[in-house]
Design a protein around this ligand. Structure first.
Ligand code: FAQ
Length: 311
């Protein structure tokens, strides 16, 4: 019995054999990966902005240098991810053009403002916590270059998460007003973080096929449940309360019950109408335009070197 190309491809996936750039793959697999990886790359770049807001206002030199290093890591993650997408034939210029025109998506979470120093704690603790839960399984995603990029990214993310938790812990062990700041930030970040995992499985058009191709290793709802199970005890340890009265331990399922996300808010932010969408995109476009001379200079330098080498 002869297997079709597509059946052979699926058999490799089912046997957990990685797909590499030069291997045959269905067009839809390539398209899905370009969509997910470029969206992921854009999230890293836009994700620098909410924290960039606090670099000049960090409460100490030590905090400033840690935050600076973290934001630089995010730029690096964006670059690995764009490179991974390029191995699928996507052009970086096109991906960036799609981000700048508002056509491409990036994570909803980065459209919320960072109003206090405690937000740096919550971004590290909750947002990076969610990012790690989502990305550790991606180290086993079926496409080789994406999986390998995730290994280093996850190592750096776990440092990011610890620094966020440590900011929260310092605030929670501090004066009452510091603890209030921590609680107020948790109240604002909790629900938007739950939205990072994407729509409910029943409303997620891409999950079933992406699970079948082993691009995704867990569904959106599975990861959201893992997140709540991980974070509720950490919040209790800090002496904080997650802003969801429905959170309750459920021994039968060996996990927490929790309330429903405000999906109207989620889609509103995804469609571009969140609190900071315009500001974030505006900042990216401005940075790109103001960096034009650097790209020109780098190209001119490369051309000169090539010319010299051939003389
Ligand atoms: N925001 O069918 P599904 C970070 C879109 S972590 C905006 O479930 P899928 C680190 C989705 O694209 C954040 N859009 O889609 C950091 C789709 O639309 P499309 C980035 C969302 O792909 C931390 C539609 O809804 N991480 O950056 C969102 O199977 C701190 C239907 O959804 C990744 O990107 C959302 N939250 O599952 C940096 C991880 N959720 O494209 C700085 C890799 C869904 O069909 C500071 N990505 N949509 O038009 C993934 O795992 C998946 O793509 C999901 C979505 C789980 C995000």
């Amino acid at each position: 019995l002869e297997l079709t190309q597509e059946e052979q491809f699926q058999a490799r996936i089912d046997a957990d054999i990685r797909i590499e750039p030069k291997d045959w793959m269905p067009d839809a697999y390539r398209k899905t990966l370009i969509r997910q990886i470029s969206q992921h790359a854009h999230s890293e770049l836009v994700g620098m902005l909410p924290e960039g807001n606090w670099i000049t206002r960090a409460p100490s030199l030590k905090r400033k240098s840690i935050l600076l290093a973290k934001v630089q890591d995010e730029a690096g993650h964006g670059l690995y991810l764009y490179s991974a997408a390029e191995t699928l034939g996507a052009s970086r210029d096109q991906m960036l053009a799609d981000l700048h025109s508002g056509k491409a998506k990036y994570s909803s979470i980065f459209n919320y403002p960072t109003l206090s120093w405690a937000d740096m704690g919550c971004v590290g603790w909750l947002v990076d916590g969610a990012a790690i839960l989502n990305q550790v399984p991606l180290c086993r995603t079926s496409y080789g270059p994406y999986a390998r990029a995730m290994v280093r990214v996850c190592k750096e993310e776990s440092f990011h998460q610890r620094q966020g938790f440590e900011i929260m812990q310092t605030l929670c062990e501090g004066a009452p007003v510091q603890k209030e700041m921590a609680q107020e930030a948790l109240n604002r970040w909790w629900w938007p973080t739950l939205m990072m995992f994407g729509p409910k499985d029943a409303d997620s058009p891409n999950t079933a096929q992406s699970m079948n191709w082993r691009i995704k290793r867990f569904t959106n709802d599975e990861l959201r449940q893992k997140f709540v199970d991980m974070m509720v005890p950490q919040a209790e340890f800090l002496g904080l309360t997650v802003p969801d009265p429905a959170v309750k331990w459920n021994a039968d399922k060996n996990g927490y019950d929790f309330g429903d996300v405000d999906w109207e808010e989620f889609w509103n932010v995804v469609k571009g109408n969140g609190l900071c969408n315009q500001e974030r995109l505006g900042a990216r476009v401005k940075a790109h335009e103001e960096g034009a001379w650097v790209r020109e200079a780098a190209l001119a330098h490369a051309a000169k070197r090539k010319q010299r080498a051939s003389e």
